[in-house]
Ligand binder design. Sequence first.
Ligand SMILES: Cc1cc2nc3c(=O)[nH]c(=O)nc-3n(C[C@H](O)[C@H](O)[C@H](O)COP(=O)(O)O)c2cc1C
Length: 304
Amino acid sequence: MHAPYILAPIAGVTDAVFRRICVERGAGFAYTEMVSAKALTYEDARTQELLRRYPGETCGVQLFGSEPDIIARAIGLLPEGFAAIDLNMGCPARKITSNGEGGALMKNPKLAAELIRAAASEASVPVTAKMRLGWDKNEAIDFALALEEAGAAALTVHGRTVSQQYGGKADWEAIAEVKRAVRIPVAANGDALSPEKANALLLHTGCDAVMIARGALGNPWIFEGANALYSGGAIREASQQERLETAKAHLVAACEYYGENRAPLIMRKHLAWYTKGMKNSAAMRVEFNACGTKGEMMRVLASV
Ligand SMILES: Cc1cc2nc3c(=O)[nH]c(=O)nc-3n(C[C@H](O)[C@H](O)[C@H](O)COP(=O)(O)O)c2cc1C
């Protein structure tokens, strides 16, 4: 496993542009958002887009699916160069679980293990899984042992059940129990919303890494801060000026990557996250949502 703080797969967010921003600020590794294995086998254009990387970028790809042969075929069709393949076993969205995919796999450890086996026999890079504690109760240890036995190279454990979705508090002790039960590396996930919490999660669970999702939205400095604490240093707060400069640089990079027609739509949420907590942030969010061009967005950012 890589450096201890990892950018989680986040649908609609962890594209190459945002991954690079986080890695530049200390993320040890990053993943694509979840990609449908089935759609990959149809060579669907939107799916190909989700697999795009910067030339030379090192990252993992996350796939979701529930059929071992389709997972294997999808892996065979992946472009070269992904450093790891993660299987999603935690997504609580009904449109995913109703197909037996994502979090629904927590109800079916035998199938989950078959998916790992099929993926590992096809892949030439490590196959990992991102799981939750269970469907509606904690059965994480048995599930994790089944995946380890099937050949998973590492696991990420989000300390909630699927039925909890994102509510309540992540159970860090339950993650620690999984870490103690398996021999493969484990990344802890859930509620690492600040550098302090990311460090606390690492220490509390004894895990090899911590995966960060919501805490990185509009705040890629969380990785820098977590690394500083980890190595005994102090956190450097990013100034408002630096946040605005990064927001602008993100917008420019997104325009280069997606073209100026598509980028503004993709950037609305990012710009709202970067400016959250600044004066007039609620009004700015409304303005970003009304912007259709890079120039309009730049003008809103310059008005802060
Ligand atoms: C908007 C959103 C999109 C997400 N998309 C994915 C995804 O594509 N794949 C995945 O494994 N988890 C996904 N997650 C879950 C996160 O990776 C993570 O497990 C969860 O948010 C808990 O971590 P956190 O407390 O650091 O946010 C998503 C979460 C959010 C909020």
